[in-house]
Design a binder for this molecule. Structure first.
Ligand SMILES: [Fe+2]
Length: 490
């Protein structure tokens, strides 16, 4: 244990140098014979990090260095060739909740929210060839024989005989749906609240049940298979990163510094990068899960953002940095989430842009849907063929259902906005998520789907659940050629 007087003296010296010592670094100092002289020598170095972490002190004790060298290498490499003003002007926001929230917290908001979800998804479905001849539920209940309805799925349950019974609803009424095993519709993995085109035949009301649509086929809003896509004139490449988790004691500093060094280098591949998209969880936050404070190196959320801002300053200033928040960031929990608050934004330089989660943007004609990806967990819990080791499996479901949070009432809270901004009304050229700390890419019917890697090593929580992250990778897209490369910094 450090004596109290010595502890205060070190603290005073460190704060005079405008920095702090992280909790794990204090622990390390306590184990040393002469912490005072270690800190004295360390503080004579230039470019002290904020806060001073355990790594920096260990490195100083072992080699007598460790701060100046690692920081200066990257600082020297900073290029200030051209401004980002023109690049940032190329970015247009198509959809973002920031500044547009209508939520009042009234229960009635949810009715309006789900009505809007239904209308938006109905509009997508009604353009499908199979929707020819659709009728509303009120009319279907009066007719006999074949019928097609676009309905929101309510309660689903299986009978003792293995049949599925579900509730179908549209603004004109509610109808019972029935699906028997062996029928193609039976395999469709329906989720409550999704909007489908149900094709079948109407059964009359009987003693045991109400008027029923015996469903033979189910069509989802879906994604057309052939879509033309050319961005041959797109200038520059886009790098995708995410889940930086600054402030966590498992943040991968060395790997991040290697990335910074590479992107500042003369490498042709690095020089072509004009945009970096960060898909949320910029910092680790505080109070996100029980006992998180035991795994934090920076315990103040604003200090975490300040540290992140310093790290971002070391990236070339001619790159536009595009960010959205995640569930660890300092914004409201329910989705859609607005962009980070002004007191955080003002810590950053002009080349850093802040959008909400999700946000749909257009860069020079390239449409990019950015979503942090919390609903991936819910989809994996509900659907057998979706697993968090392969986040693309969840992204396919979002695309087919044309909704970013198709599961309601589980881990992903939703804010009942008047307009459902979680609907994928327009298909993007690029759809990026994060959250899962894996790295995956797939071309899905012309949309490039990306799940960005992380800069956080395996946490205690992940250890307990045997979750292996796939960290320190950068996915680089060349929209002009549709080429993708993955650069690894481990
Ligand atoms: Fe994360």
């Amino acid at each position: 244990m450090l004596m109290i007087g010595m502890h205060e003296e070190i603290l005073r010296k460190v704060t005079e140098k405008n920095t702090l010592i992280s909790p794990s670094a204090w622990e390390y100092l306590e184990s040393q014979d002469d912490p005072n002289s270690i800190v004295k020598g360390l503080l004579e170095k230039k470019n002290l990090p904020f806060p001073i972490g355990r790594d920096a002190i260990e490195s100083y004790v072992e080699k007598g260095s460790g701060i100046e060298e690692s920081v200066e290498t990257t600082t020297e490499l900073i290029t200030e060739t051209e401004g980002t003003a023109s690049l940032c002007e190329n970015i247009q926001v198509i959809r973002d909740i920031t500044g547009n929230s209508t939520c009042t917290g009234v229960i009635d908001d949810f009715t309006k929210y789900f009505n809007n979800r239904y209308e938006k998804l109905r509009s997508i479905l009604s353009k499908r060839r199979e929707s020819n001849g659709i009728i509303d539920i009120a009319s279907a209940k009066k007719r006999k024989g074949n019928a097609k309805v676009i309905a929101m799925v309510g309660d689903i349950h299986e009978t003792n005989n293995g049949n599925k019974i579900l509730q179908l609803e549209d603004p004109t009424g509610i109808m019972r749906g029935f699906i028997s095993p062996g029928n193609p519709a039976f395999e469709k993995d329906l989720l409550e609240d999704e909007v489908i085109l149900a094709i079948g035949s109407v059964w009359d009301k009987r003693k045991d049940y109400d008027v029923t649509l015996s469903i033979k086929d189910i069509i989802r809003p879906g994604v057309p298979k052939i879509r033309s896509q050319s961005h041959r004139d797109f200038k520059g490449k886009i790098a995708f990163i995410g889940d930086v988790h600054v402030g966590s004691d498992t943040f991968l500093k060395e790997e991040w510094n290697r990335f910074v060094e590479w992107i500042n280098s003369d490498s042709e591949k690095a020089k072509d990068i004009k945009y970096i998209i960060i898909s949320g969880d910029l910092i680790d936050g505080i109070g996100i899960y029980p006992n998180q404070e035991d795994e934090l190196e920076i315990v103040d959320i604003f200090e975490q953002y300040r540290e992140f801002a310093k790290m971002i300053k070391k990236l070339p200033k001619n790159i536009a940095i595009i960010t959205i928040p995640g569930n660890h960031d300092i914004v409201r929990n329910p989705e859609p989430q607005p962009c980070l608050p002004e007191e955080v934004r003002e810590m950053f330089q002009e080349n850093v842009k802040f959008y909400g989660n999700p946000a749909f943007i257009n860069i020079d004609g390239l449409k990019i849907l950015m979503y942090h990806g919390r609903s991936i967990n819910d989809l994996s819990d509900k659907l057998n063929h979706v697993d968090t080791d392969h986040p693309i499996t969840a992204m396919r479901e979002m695309m087919e259902r044309r909704h970013l949070v198709p599961v309601y009432g589980e881990k992903t809270p939703i804010a009942p906005e008047k307009e459902d901004l979680l609907v994928i009304d327009e298909l993007p050229d690029v759809f990026v998520t994060g959250h899962i700390h894996k790295t995956q890419v797939e071309d899905y019917h012309g949309t490039i789907m990306i799940n960005s890697s992380t800069w956080q090593d395996q946490t205690e929580y992940q250890k307990m659940r045997d979750i292996q992250p796939d960290p320190a990778k950068v996915i680089v897209l060349d929209p002009a050629s549709n080429q993708i490369t993955v650069k690894q910094f481990t």
